[in-house]
Design a protein around this ligand. Structure first.
Ligand SMILES: Nc1ncnc2c1ncn2[C@@H]1O[C@H](COP(=O)(O)OP(=O)(O)OP(=O)(O)O)[C@@H](O)[C@H]1O
Ligand SMILES: [Mg+2]
Length: 244
């Protein structure tokens, strides 16, 4: 069993795009960490595209619900997800259109609660790294403020090399370390040439980075299946303190 780290392992989970598996990979990592005896907490600071208190269609729950369940968390939703916005838009736009001002101090206070008594802390962004929270603050700024190393979830398709390189360059420029890049499968159909060559290309292009893979899973709502996928993809490396 992995012994609990002295200081929590903290990751800002970002992606090459929206809908490419950030929540699935985060839940998988959380489920795997719990299997290893670690206490995990997760947060989705701002979630848009969710109507609170409405029963979701087709059993699809919000990111915050999925993260909270994967962590076995008892934290209130107001802490796990301080801001919830109805329209499925970037937070800056969704908030402005409904007259909400995102207060970073509210997010700071929630993070402090999330971090209490946790060995592993996951903070999921929205969409990609430069998505605006307001005119001045992007997710990159938020992760930099909180000194969160990044877990970059990269959807495996044509175009991902460019999106990964852009994201890594933006993070480097801001002085935010990229802890790992996880190339995720986006379907179970036969892979295209791009999809079969992207992993090796990333390893060649970014030789100093940790690059992992995450498979397509039949049941992304099954925590045992997610944990097994995380283990199989080598994500355990993220659950040990990284070398400085
Ligand atoms: N590896 C996978 N195996 C099975 N289904 C997946 C996988 N990755 C993503 N999906 C499915 O694709 C959809 C989008 O995934 P997910 O919600 O994790 O994306 P996201 O990057 O977190 O999106 P957002 O930007 O909205 O937060 C979900 O319905 C999810 O179940
Ligand atoms: Mg998500």
């Amino acid at each position: 069993m992995t012994s609990p780290p002295n200081r929590p392992i903290r990751l800002g989970v970002t992606g090459t795009d929206t809908g490419i598996g950030k929540t699935v990979v985060s839940c998988a990592l959380a489920a795997r960490a719990r299997q290893l005896g670690l206490r995990v907490a997760a947060m989705k600071p701002i979630e848009s595209g969710v109507v609170e208190h409405r029963v979701p269609e087709r059993g699809l729950s919000s990111d915050a619900d999925r993260l909270r369940a994967a962590c076995g968390s008892t934290l209130p939703m107001s802490v796990v997800r301080p801001y919830v916005l109805e329209e499925p838009l970037a937070p800056m736009i969704a908030a402005a259109r409904t007259g909400v001002q995102i207060d970073i101090a509210v997010l700071d206070a929630a993070l402090a609660l999330v971090e209490q008594d946790a060995d592993v802390v996951l903070v999921e962004g929205a969409g990609g790294l430069l998505v605006p929270i307001d005119l001045r603050v992007s997710y990159l700024d938020l992760f930099a403020r909180w000194q969160l190393p990044l877990l970059l979830v990269a959807g495996n398709k044509l175009g991902v090399l460019n999106h990964v390189l852009l994201t890594v360059r933006a993070a480097e420029t801001a002085g935010v370390p990229v802890r790992a890049i996880v190339l995720t499968s986006l379907s179970d159909r036969d892979a295209t040439v791009a999809e079969t060559t992207n992993f090796d290309a990333l390893v060649t292009l970014l030789p100093h980075y940790t690059i992992l893979r995450f498979p397509w899973v039949d049941r992304p709502d099954d925590l045992d299946i997610l944990a097994a996928a995380a283990e199989g993809g080598g994500l355990d490396v993220l659950l040990s303190p990284s070398s400085p």
